[in-house]
Write a protein that binds this ligand. Structure first.
Ligand code: AMP
Length: 484
């Protein structure tokens, strides 16, 4: 098999492949701040939207690491007593979401191993696209894996590096990785933070007291009372010891940076700033542009809460049509033991959303959602809105059709399950049974946030900026869920 040159953007056919389950995560690292584990806990609380399946914190006191991690929400996994058992001025934390079947506690992070220079802990956000190839090679050389997480691959690469000094070993390991990684690594009391050369996932540094923190989103700095310093640059590796931050050698540069635009569309919190842009402002700009591209005469604009609130506000501002609260979202939906009644095909959406009849009855309604993935929620929502008496339902989506799975760390189903891949816009119009439909164009979306470009927009365009090595090599990772 011949491969395209490394780093070449690829137009690869992924139609038949069901990509490995992707994972979404949030990370935090703190150095030189008393009570670091409590701060890490707060940061993970703020990053909970990035992963709800497991949470973990390792604290480091005088070189000694203590770890607690488990399945569930941050508030389930940690109690006050647990946090007291995690003393020290440094900490690394992680929240993780994974698709079904890969959520074993063994895959929860941080991963902690004994290391010659003290314990080594790692928390990783992103998806490696060559994890199966690396794993195969490492196993053939004698590595024994404890989990199916691709983050463990990084640990083995560090341990097997021929370099003698830990910083060179980390650097060496990171240069073998392809795909997306924003990682926080602790070795003894020292914290290292690194981003892949394309910078798919965010990683942000803040100052707190006499120390520093790195986090996935600025909302985690806010909750800790930390002050934003700067983004970790794509390809940058830094070492933090309390107030001392040193930039180590950069990773080999990629032809272009590729921060994920879907972080702005859906994934990140609107009170965060990513890629130098306010997420709320980006979503409003998407909504305004959507109103320009797909105007409609109507009585009110409503959002599919909460992820589309900002975009719907933008649409309302631009169109001059009043924004109203036509759908309510229950924020306390966890896993429910109540089984849907056979007849209730809308159960999944019904437990989460409820229409406000007084807003919708007899009205011509524009419903703004941030994205359409499978289309299942939208089908139900349209039925609810019509059931509440809406006269017309006009669906507007503040991003282009999602046609391609993400291999870089956003959880998306396979191509076969993506409604935007399987159906034309006209067919989706019919399928959702709406009076009209309009998607934001890719050009319109990029133009709306032009100061942040270039982005990775592979889920919309199919242009994958980093090689999909495991796909190219036919290493279908059946039973080998990735880390994140
Ligand atoms: P559906 O089209 O029913 O699959 O769901 C679409 C909704 O899921 C949109 O309203 C988004 O807010 C939300 N969404 C988009 N991407 C994701 C994702 N990666 N994980 C979970 N929810 C998502």
């Amino acid at each position: 098999m011949t491969h395209p040159p490394a780093n070449a953007p690829m137009d690869i056919r992924v139609s038949e492949l069901d990509p490995r389950p992707r994972e979404e995560c949030g990370v935090v690292g703190i150095s030189g701040v008393p009570g670091a584990s409590e701060l890490a806990y707060l940061a993970l609380y703020a990053l909970q939207h990035r992963g709800q399946e497991s949470a973990g914190i390792v604290s480091i006191e005088k070189g000694q690491s203590r770890l607690h991690k488990g399945l569930g929400l941050v508030s389930d996994v940690f109690t006050a007593e647990r946090l007291l058992s995690l003393p020290g001025d440094s900490a690394v934390g992680h929240v993780r979401y994974s698709t079904a079947g890969s959520g074993a506690v063994l895959n929860a992070q941080p991963i902690v191993v004994n290391y010659e220079e003290g314990n080594l802990a790692i928390a990783h956000n992103g998806n490696l696209t060559n994890q199966a190839a690396l794993r195969q090679k490492l196993v053939s050389e004698g590595s024994l894996f404890q989990s199916s997480s691709d983050s463990e691959v990084i640990v083995h690469l560090i341990a097997r590096s021929r370099h003698r000094q830990v910083e060179a070993q980390i650097d060496d390991a990171l240069t073998h990785l392809e795909g997306a990684f924003s990682v926080v690594i602790s070795v003894g009391d020292t914290i290292y933070a690194a981003r892949d050369p394309r910078g798919f996932r965010p990683l942000i540094m803040g100052r707190i007291g006499s120390g520093h923190a790195v986090v996935s989103e600025t909302c985690a700095l806010d909750i800790m009372g930390a002050e934003y310093v700067r983004d970790i640059e794509p390809g940058e590796v830094i070492r933090i010891r309390g107030g001392d931050v040193v930039q180590l050698r950069s990773l080999p540069p990629a032809p272009r940076h590729a921060p994920c635009i879907f972080e702005l569309v859906y994934f990140a919190r609107p009170d965060s700033r990513l890629w130098g842009i306010s997420v709320d402002r980006a979503r409003r700009a998407f909504g305004r542009r959507l109103a320009q591209e797909h105007p409609m005469d109507a009585d009110c604009v409503i959002a599919v809460p909460d992820s589309a609130n900002s975009a719907a506000l933008g649409y309302a501002e631009e169109s001059g049509i009043p924004y109203e609260l036509g759908l309510l979202r229950n924020h306390y939906v966890g896993r429910t033991f109540i089984r849907p009644r056979q007849a209730d095909r809308d159960f999944g959406a019904r437990i989460k959303y409820n229409p406000v009849r007084e807003v919708l009855h007899g009205r011509r309604v524009i419903v703004v959602d941030d994205s359409l993935v499978r289309g299942t929620t939208s089908r139900s929502l349209v039925r609810f809105i019509r059931g509440a008496g809406a006269r017309e339902v006009h669906f507007r989506i503040a991003s282009p059709p999602v046609k391609n799975p993400c291999f870089y760390g956003i959880d998306m189903p396979s191509k076969a399950e993506l409604i935007g891949s399987q159906l034309s816009v006209e067919d989706i119009h019919r399928e959702l049974a709406v009076d009209s439909i309009g998607y934001l164009s890719l050009e319109g979306m990029i133009d709306a946030v032009k100061q942040g470009a270039p982005f990775c927009d592979a889920c919309f365009s199919g242009n994958y900026p980093a090689r999909l090595v495991d796909v190219e090599q036919g290493l279908q990772p059946a039973g080998v869920p990735p880390g994140c």
